[in-house]
Structure formats: C-alpha cells, structure tokens
Design a binder for this molecule. Structure first.
Ligand code: ADP
Ligand code: MG
Length: 292
C-alpha cells in the first residue's frame, strides 16, 4: 500500500469509529493471526453481580455481608462494587473498616468491629496460610458454572463462599464468530481461575483460554501467543492492560476504557462495541489489497 492509500484508510476508519494512531497498525492488522481479549470490561460488561452466598454452619447473610461489605467499601475493584451493592440492596449497614490491605490479583483484608475479615480468591487464602477445609469442591461447582468464586474469611475461618458473575457484552459472541469466519484464532486473558475461565471461554468458542493471570502476567501471556511468529492483536480497557497493549503487535484499546490503556494502544475503538474490531480488520484488509 502507498502512503496515500494508508492515509485514506486511516481516514475511512475514523469515519467508522476506529482511530488508528499509527499507520503501522493498519498494515500489521491485515496479517494478524490471533486476536486476544482481556475478559473483564472488554468481553464482559465489567459490572459483576453477587449471585451466590454459601454460608458456613452458624453463619448468616446478615452477619457476613456487612463485614465483607465494610472491607470492600475501601476497594475499587469491580468485585468490591458487586458486594457493597448487594449489602445495600439488602438494606444492611456496615461499620468503617480499619487497617485495610489490598493484594492486587488476590484479595483484600481489614479489621471490622474487632474482627479480622478477608475476601479473595482461593490463591489468596493459600498465600495467607488459611486452610480451605472442605470448601474446594463447592468452589469448583461455582467456577464450573462460570462464576468467580471468592472466600469470605472471618477471624481465620471460612465463613462463606461468594459467587459473582459478570454478564457478557451483547456483541462479544458475534464478534468472536465473525473473527473465526475470517480464519483468525481468538484468545481470552483473565485473572479468573481456570475452571471459571473455561466455563465462560468454552461457551464463547474461544480457542486459547489463558487463566490465573496475575496483573503483571498479561505481557507474558502475549509473549506466549506471539511465539512461533504469530502476529497478535490484544484488545483491552484497563490500567493493568497497558503493558500488554504496548507489547502486542497491535494494541487495541476500548475508547470508553482508562486513559492509560488508550495511551498505550495503537488503535482506539470509539465505542465499547467490540464489533469495531471487525471494522478495523475490514478497513485494514481493503487498504492493503487496494479494494475501495
Ligand atoms: P480480573 O481483571 O480478571 O478480575 P484481577 O487481577 O483484578 O483480575 O483480580 C483477580 C482476582 O483477584 C479476582 O478474580 C478475585 O478473585 C481477586 N480479587 C482482586 N481484588 C479483589 C477484591 N477487592 N475483592 C475480592 N477479590 C478480589
Ligand atoms: Mg478489563
């Protein structure tokens, strides 16, 4: 393609809601092999809801929910919002948590009304030396239904298993089907555990499901996808997606996402509708093959 046809392609794309920040990206996208998606906020709405609260013997929803809401009230994570919203909808009040500590990718902990309260993934409990007891089976049950499973721990004991679910964006499935139709492979990168990720990813027809990814592990995931000379596009929205956006051959940020992600990307989608990825591909192919 000539510099002029690339300029024309970039102009055409911008009319269709896709901003190419570099001409390179328009050329590279035509040769893409794999399109990898961040899960939360990219494939999903990013607004999970509390769906399950499975209580240990002797615990009640009225005691557990305010304690974990008090801790999550100090967190910005979408899971935190799901829990405080559920407590509020139940009409429950909570105290102010003290000594709040967050371990990114694992969970959160604080003291509330004299209790040591933790909420997080199974790997958070292992890391903090808390015994999972006989909860592992129930965690697997929740996860295999596509829920993110979290443990609520009060004073060192599991008090409840919490399930949250983040609905898919309506366009995710159609986008993946269309990518397959043009011969591309699709990957999903997520901090969720394998069973949760597989339940969601298999349902969507994802080819490569990369689970249990810690916040700084997305770059390694992209690196693995690139091995063997594959050209990889990565689509993401969050602050923690920025390094992977920069590392992918083509970084595609969702324009409604964080500024940090947008800064790191080569391509910005003006809406949160993932079908804009298909628009970007289409413009790239037509430009590189001189089709008008
Ligand atoms: P993702 O973007 O896939 O949700 P994160 O790295 O943000 O990945 O989180 C990974 C996991 O860490 C979550 O699925 C959850 O199990 C746990 N976690 C992180 N923050 C919190 C929190 N505030 N409350 C409970 N669990 C959390
Ligand atoms: Mg995200």
């Amino acid at each position: 393609a000539t510099p002029t046809s690339i300029m024309v392609g970039i102009g055409r794309a911008s009319e269709l809601g896709v901003l190419f920040r570099k001409g390179d990206a328009l050329q590279l996208l035509d040769g893409v092999d794999v399109v990898a998606f961040d899960k939360t906020g990219t494939l999903t709405e990013g607004h999970p809801e509390l769906t399950d609260l499975i209580l240990a013997n002797g615990q009640s929803r009225e005691t557990v929910l305010p304690l974990i809401a008090a801790v999550e009230n100090q967190s910005e994570h979408p899971i935190a919002k799901a829990i405080t919203r559920a407590a509020r909808e139940d009409g429950l009040n909570w105290s102010t948590a003290r000594n709040f500590a967050s371990t990114t990718g694992f969970g959160v902990r604080a003291s509330v009304d004299g209790h040591d309260v933790m909420i997080g993934a199974g790997r958070y409990l292992s890391r903090e030396g808390i015994d999972l007891g006989d909860w592992e089976g129930r965690e697997s049950d929740l996860a295999s239904r596509g829920r993110t499973a979290l443990f609520a721990v009060i004073d060192g004991r599991v008090a409840a298993l919490v399930g949250v679910s983040d609905p898919m964006k309506p366009a995710s499935r159609a986008t993946i089907t269309a990518l397959h139709a043009v011969g591309l492979k699709v990957a999903m990168i997520t901090g969720d555990k394998r069973e949760t990720a597989e339940a969601i990813g298999t349902d969507l027809g994802i080819d490569h499901i990369i689970a249990d990814v810690l916040p700084d592990g997305k770059v390694t995931a992209i690196e693995d996808l690139k091995s063997g000379g594959r050209t990889v596009a990565f689509v993401g929205d969050g602050i923690n997606d920025a390094p992977a956006l920069a590392h992918a051959d083509i970084g595609i940020a969702i324009g409604t996402g964080t500024d940090v992600a947008i800064e790191a990307a080569d391509v910005v989608l003006m809406s949160d509708d993932l079908r804009a990825v298909l628009t970007a591909l289409d413009v790239s192919r037509k430009t590189m093959r001189n089709i008008r």
